[in-house]
Structures are given as structure tokens and as C-alpha cells.
Design a protein around this ligand. Sequence first.
Ligand code: IDP
Ligand code: MG
Length: 196
Amino acid sequence: MTHPKEERTFVLVKPDGVMRGLVGEVLTRFEKRGLKIIALKMVWPTAEHINKHYPSHDEWFKSVGSRTKEFFDGKKINVNEHFGTDDVVEIGKQVKSWLADYLTAGPVVAMVIEGMHAISTVRKIVGHTYPIEALPGTIRGDYSVDTPSAANVEKRVVKNIVHASGNQEESSHEIEHWFSPEEIHDYKRAEEDIMF
Ligand code: IDP
Ligand code: MG
């Protein structure tokens, strides 16, 4: 069993985060919390690389589409008018088709983060997928107000500054997809003996 403090997760500063000069801010938030950056690089990804980064199975399309539909229902906006369907899998597929445009619009900063329950801890620091719903204090909640209702009118994804793995399966796939083993480093942070 992996010790909870050795859990690893994958994070990307997306092109909007890089172009807005938020790389340092994002890194700082993880470092301050006591999480360790063990791999880091800037890449301008291809559409193919992005399409393989995100899952392509119905379960994932459904999870993306259901949240979209719930958001539209809550705002009393007809999801059908935006997507031409209210089938959540189809909605998820449309969102995925826009992701490559967004993530190839500029360079991204990819990193592997290690630390105490890193996957869920990083997700908390990052905040809700839709910045308009993200709590102040989170990265998405402090630096954006973007919302699916605006994004969908423009046939684009919600710009939310960062990507972070959602679970163990995503984390393992994404780390391997973006980094070779030699690019990931094992070292000790000075305060490790004091903090944990
Ligand atoms: P996550 O990034 O918080 O894990 P996912 O469900 O994995 O969220 O969705 C991947 C990305 O797709 C999101 O970060 C966001 O950029 C975009 N996205 C998700 N749902 C919608 C939507 O309803 N409209 C537009 N873009 C969306
Ligand atoms: Mg996700």
C-alpha cells in the first residue's frame, strides 16, 4: 500500500492560466499547503495528445454531461437549445470535442504533485469545475467567473485555469501520458520531518 503522504497526482496549468501569468500563483498554492512538486515542464500539446489525456468512455461522458445538464436545469435554461440534445452522454461528447481547441491554444505547464492524499487535496485547492460555482479561496474561485452557460453559446469549454486528476485511475494514466519515469524526481522537502 502506498503511504498517504506518497500519493501522486497530475496537474496542468491550462493555456488561459499560462497566458494570464498565473503559473507562479498555482505552484505557490500547492507548495504552501505542504505538497511536493516532483516533476515540472512546459509543453505545447497536440490535439492528439489532449484527446488521449481525457477519457473516451461513456461513463466519463455521462459524468461530464450530467453535471452540465444539472447546471442548466438549476438555471432554468433549456439544455436542448444549447446542445441539440438532453442525452447526457451526447452532451459529454460535445464538451470533449471542444477540449482539444482550448488546450492547444498555447503552452501548458504540466506537473506531478506528491503529498498527503494528493489527489483529493489538490482537487480541493483547485475548486469546482465551473469557476462561477467554485468557492472563493480556491484557484478557480479566486481567478475566474467562467460558466458553462456562457461557454456553450460560444461552443467552447469552460476556461478554468487548471486541470487536476479526478481519481487514482486518471492520475496513473495522466502521469504516464505526460512524463517519462526519468522526469519524475524523488527528494525530501526541508519541512517534511516537522509537518507530518
Ligand atoms: P475537471 O476538469 O474539474 O475534472 P471534467 O469533468 O473532467 O472537469 O471536465 C473536463 C473539462 O471540460 C473541464 O475542466 C472544463 O474545462 C470542461 N467542461 C466540463 N463541463 C463543461 C460544460 O458543460 N461546458 C463547457 N466546458 C465544460
Ligand atoms: Mg476531470
